[in-house]
Design a protein around this ligand. Structure first.
Ligand code: AQP
Length: 332
């Protein structure tokens, strides 16, 4: 079966709704039909300063949330990026293939480095899209389920795979992005012109999945809409309402058209109250399940160790081929 690969950062505290709807939800679905590899990308996390003890705790927390969201270690390979050293090793090869100019054009780097103040960004942050290239190519992934913000990095991955294959002979599968239109970009609840993001959103605009459900309900109810009164999906003129409808539709499996019909003639308050309830119903069991996995760190760690072993078997083979193609002398 076709292979998918994706990763998520071990964020402090909690995944947010954008992470879940944009990516993790698709991961859960794809494990049924695909040979799926999913990882907690701790090497990406250290591109910005991290407290060592917190990073360790957040890595476990991320894995617990992925399991709580529905990843099943029997159906997918779930692991921690740094447990598979081949990621850093192939990244070096890719660093030596990528142009400085093309790396400089990555908008995620520009956005993220701007937040740290010009000149303060690390070289690691600059090359993190290239580590991502290595992440994907190591597994010969056919598809990469991500949010819209990652599209440019998948393009870079395709370019570098083509370049390597052209220069050294067919080696890497050229992957496709897997981005669902409806949830490609979840917007900040207070500013629907920007994506919901752990670093750009204000706390009120950001739905953390592990927030107290009361807080979540409050955030939904105070979401910014517009001065009109019609509940209609229109991203251009009604970005706030459209964002709420997308979230509502995805979480309930009901179409936008159905929701528009149901809320015809109703006030924004009614939509928000109902969506708040839907959100609470979603996050409450999610919180409980996450806590259950965290309460048993030994099981969690051994599950991640098994995942890393499975991942390494694939990654080591690809890396050996790439080293050989490049002309690195094998150790006797
Ligand atoms: N708002 C979003 N809508 C849809 N998808 C999103 N993703 C992130 N935000 C949205 C997707 O989530 C996956 C994991 O991304 P990540 O590891 O970069 O997580 P993050 O760092 O927590 O995401 P942020 O909040 O966007 O971080 P910053 O602020 O650092 O940039 C990816 O597939 C991503 O597309």
């Amino acid at each position: 079966s076709p292979r998918v690969l994706s990763g998520i950062q071990p964020t402090a505290g909690s995944f947010h709704l954008g992470n879940y709807l944009g990516a993790v939800r698709q991961w859960v679905a794809l494990q049924e039909s695909h040979d799926a590899f999913y990882m907690v990308v701790d090497l990406h996390a250290i591109t910005v300063p991290q407290d060592p003890a917190e990073l360790r705790a957040n890595t476990r927390l991320a894995a617990a949330q992925l399991l709580a969201a529905g990843l099943d270690p029997e159906r997918c390979t779930l692991f921690v990026q740094s447990h598979v050293p081949e990621h850093a090793q192939l990244a070096w090869i890719m660093n030596c293939l990528a142009g400085f100019g093309e790396a400089s054009r990555m908008t995620q780097f520009k956005d993220k480095s701007a937040k740290h103040g010009a000149g303060n960004a690390t070289v690691g942050l600059f090359t993190y899209p290239i580590l991502q290239v290595a992440d994907i190519l190591l597994y010969q992934a056919n598809q990469v389920p991500v949010g819209e913000d990652q599209r440019q990095h998948i393009e870079l991955t395709r370019d570098l795979a083509d370049r390597f294959n052209g220069r050294f002979g067919e080696t890497f599968t050229v992957p496709e992005p897997y981005i669902l239109k409806e949830t490609a970009k979840i917007y900040d609840l207070q500013d629907p012109s920007i994506k919901m993001s752990k670093s750009a959103s204000t706390p009120k605009g950001l739905i953390n999945l592990l927030d107290d459900p009361k807080t979540t309900a409050k955030k939904v109810k105070s979401a910014v809409t517009d001065t009109d009164t019609v509940i209609k999906y229109d991203t251009e003129n009604k970005p706030g309402v459209s964002n709420l409808l997308s979230i509502y539709s995805t979480l309930t499996g009901r179409t936008i058209a159905e929701l528009e019909a149901e809320y015809e003639g109703k006030m924004y308050g009614a939509l928000k109250t109902d969506l708040a309830e839907v959100m609470v119903e979603f996050v409450t069991p999610f919180r409980t399940r996450t806590q259950q996995y965290l309460d048993d760190p030994e099981t969690l760690d051994s599950l991640l160790a098994k995942g890393a072993e499975k991942a390494r078997a694939v990654a080591a083979e690809t890396l050996a081929t790439a080293y050989d193609k490049v002309g690195l002398l094998p150790a006797k």
